[in-house]
Ligand binder design. Structure first.
Ligand code: WQD
Length: 339
């Protein structure tokens, strides 16, 4: 059944891991990326991982003519769409940039797909489309809302796709709502590679472990959680990538459209993550308790049962594997930079 897939944002963190998983599943994959948030040598590293040449289209989703050229260059069976801006904090400072890239970019992509007769789409969405809630685990039919421009663009993206599909039954889509991606590829050749100081917990801890940052600020230890620190549903990026393969498989075999959580259904606290990372890197990690971060919720994890029922998806990797693969990746990258 595999086919030919266009992977937008395929040089990014989750995109590159999904490339490896799709290739491993027998799909022929081409990457479309503007490399605004990806190292230029990621395709070379993917070539080492997969043992196959990597096709790359350097293109921005705001370049409608460029998109038309890409779809004219080959016959794609489906698109997996990652290309978007994703920093929650930055989205509050640059709302128009986020709405343009994440929403206008999506419209451009949908128009290029329609013109080329490509009607299967897997869309990278986010658990941030859920309205703040105290009712965990969060099911897909929980109330939706947004607390940032980033979340707004993801919710709008979901709505745009559903409106388009409601008007034309040739469309089939998989909307995948991620909780907290973490970890790296077992090869240690690809992983999360933030160019500036990370906002997210694991990449920040990773930089403390390598000594690039002095200490972790624990944003609050007075939450109503077992150890007082924030609890989140961390999912290994390799499990997350597998979820995209299963979503695409479903669309390729003619199943209907679906909207599912990709999470583990289990929450881990900041202190549990810190302890797991200390086990992975073999040393205690300096940290201090700081005030709560504005907008943070105490606890947030998803109900994974619908993805298991519809797609056969179940996360297999635990927090220790997320930390071990992250540590192997950042150690190798740190050595490469020193070398
Ligand atoms: C996790 C926990 C923090 C950093 C974000 C975005 C969204 C989504 C997932 C894509 C919280 C605590 C963090 C630090 C800390 N991704 N923390 N010190 O906020 O749950 O979700 O990533 O859609 O982009 O919503 O993730 O990793 O920032 O925070 O104590 O230096 O770690 O308070 O409890 P978050 P996070």
């Amino acid at each position: 059944m595999p086919g030919k897939i266009l992977l937008t944002g395929g040089a990014g963190y989750i995109g590159s891991h999904t490339y490896a998983a799709l290739s491993d599943a027998g799909y022929e994959v081409a990457i479309l990326d503007n490399f605004a948030n990806a190292r230029p040598d990621v395709p070379d590293r993917l070539e080492v991982i997969t043992g196959k040449p990597v096709t790359v289209h350097r293109c921005d989703v705001l370049d409608a003519a460029g998109l038309a050229r890409v779809f004219a260059s080959d016959r794609f069976d489906a698109v997996v769409h990652f290309a978007a801006k994703k920093a929650v904090g930055e989205s509050q400072q640059k709302p128009l940039d986020y709405i343009e890239t994440n929403c206008t970019g999506l419209v451009n992509l949908l128009k290029a797909m329609r013109a080329a007769g490509v009607f299967r789409l897997v869309f990278s969405s986010s658990a941030t489309v859920y309205a703040p809630t105290l009712d965990w685990p969060i099911p897909e039919d929980a109330p939706l809302g947004y607390a940032s421009t980033y979340a707004y663009t993801k919710l709008m993206g979901e709505q745009i796709i559903q409106q388009v599909a409601a008007a034309d039954d040739r469309w089939r889509f998989g909307i995948l709502r991620y909780f907290n991606p973490a970890g790296a590829h077992p090869s240690a050749l690809i992983g999360e590679d933030p160019s500036d100081i990370p906002n997210n917990l694991m990449p920040y801890i990773a930089k403390v472990a390598t000594g690039e940052l002095p200490s972790l600020n624990v944003f609050g230890n007075d939450y109503p959680t077992p150890d007082g620190t924030g609890v989140r549903d961390y999912i290994h990026v390799v499990d997350l990538a597998r979820g995209h393969v299963l979503s695409l498989d479903a669309l390729m075999r003619g199943d209907g459209s679906h909207i599912v959580n990709l999470g583990t259904g289990q929450g881990y606290s900041v202190m549990e993550m810190l302890a797991a990372y200390a086990r992975a890197c073999g040393r205690a990690l300096p940290h201090t308790v700081a005030p709560r971060r504005a907008g943070d919720l105490a606890c947030y994890f998803g109900d994974p049962r619908k993805a298991e029922r519809l797609l056969g998806f179940k996360a297999e990797r635990d927090l220790d594997d997320m930390c071990a693969t992250s540590w192997a990746w950042v150690s190798r990258r740190s050595n490469m930079r020193q070398g």
